[in-house]
Design a protein around this ligand. Structure first.
Ligand SMILES: Cc1ncc(C[n+]2csc(CCOP(=O)(O)OP(=O)(O)O)c2C)c(N)n1
Ligand code: SF4
Ligand SMILES: [Mg+2]
Length: 277
């Protein structure tokens, strides 16, 4: 009997035969969406440099993708990505990391590179928790939730990361959940083709640290909840603020054209070269 091989398996590093993800983790759905988007666009992994921080989400391209991957320090993938884009402007740069890595310790790199509109795709896997370190509360953990680090419930308001990145000045922002793999793939394709800072938030399940410890349940229960709570931008606009807060607003939240920083620097270099005696 011949072995059936997944069509995207060719993107995997041959030496990698196992996964770091727990059963039911949403990371695998995002892996598939990223690789499907690259395949649909007729691109190759050599067109990309992947950059990642620290956390479970940070293990998505490293070591799995048979590509150039920089697995950097906690909170710093966007800083490394900026350096790569400045040095190799012809390459597509994609960052994949978690809500804690990108919005807590890495928050300044996130907002400032959105403001600068540096061309890169940032995929933020938002599981509302620090998964890898044991389920501590982070900047996206819902108010009042009991976690490893907040046994009496959190007392901090969470960030709406997508709105934060829109306010900071990005060009393209979308939010989907792991219940929306096709829509997610379509948005990743748009983000890859966008000239500017593109941010995609994926609401994703961590059944081990979030599901078990907060009572949200299994991966299936969490995805069912995403399905029930998801609402389009258009439908959400009809709700009161209080009603909207109970839902997950999904879709493409922003798509606009604005000057991209690396291109602007190239223009300035040309002017400076002309004016230098
Ligand atoms: C400077 C520093 N501080 C703290 C840590 C510990 N640490 C590693 S991953 C992590 C949080 C990861 O959370 P997130 O980015 O949401 O990723 P997840 O594991 O949930 O996918 C923390 C606090 C570290 N490695 N380095
Ligand atoms: S701890 Fe959570 S986020 Fe990390 S691999 Fe396991 S299920 Fe996924
Ligand atoms: Mg997380």
């Amino acid at each position: 009997m011949s072995e059936t091989i997944h069509p995207l398996h060719r993107f995997f590093r041959p030496s990698v035969t196992s996964t770091t993800n727990c059963p039911g983790c949403g990371n695998g759905i995002v892996v598939q969406a990223i690789l499907q988007a690259i395949d649909d666009l007729g691109m190759d992994l050599d067109d990309f440099i992947f950059v990642t921080g620290i956390g479970c989400a940070a293990w998505i391209p490293s070591p799995l993708f048979n590509a150039d991957v920089l697995h950097t320090t906690h909170g710093r993938p966007i800083a490394f990505a900026l350096g790569i884009k400045m040095g190799l402007p012809g390459k597509k740069v994609m960052v994949t990391s978690g809500d804690g890595d990108l919005a807590a310790i890495g928050g300044n790199h996130l907002i400032h590179n959105a403001r600068r509109n540096v061309e890169m795709v940032v995929i933020c896997l938002n599981n509302s928790i620090y998964g890898m370190t044991g389920g501590q509360a982070g900047p996206t953990t819902p108010m009042g939730l009991k976690t490893t680090s907040t046994p009496y419930g959190t007392y901090e308001s969470p960030f709406d990361i997508s709105q934060l990145v829109i306010a900071a000045g990005a060009s393209f922002v979308a939010r989907w959940t792991t219940f929306h793999p096709r829509q997610l793939t379509a948005s990743i394709k748009k983000a890859i083709q966008k000239k500017g800072f593109s941010f995609i938030e994926v609401i994703t399940q961590c059944p081990v640290q979030f599901g078990k410890k907060t009572g949200a349940g299994s991966a299936v229960q969490m995805m069912r909840e995403y399905k029930e709570r998801a609402i389009s931008v258009k439908e959400a606009a009809k709700l009161s603020e209080e009603e909207r807060a109970k839902r997950i607003v999904v879709g493409e939240l922003l798509d606009k054209a604005k000057p991209e920083m690396v291109e602007e620097i190239e223009k300035i270099k040309k002017i400076a070269a002309r004016e230098t005696p």
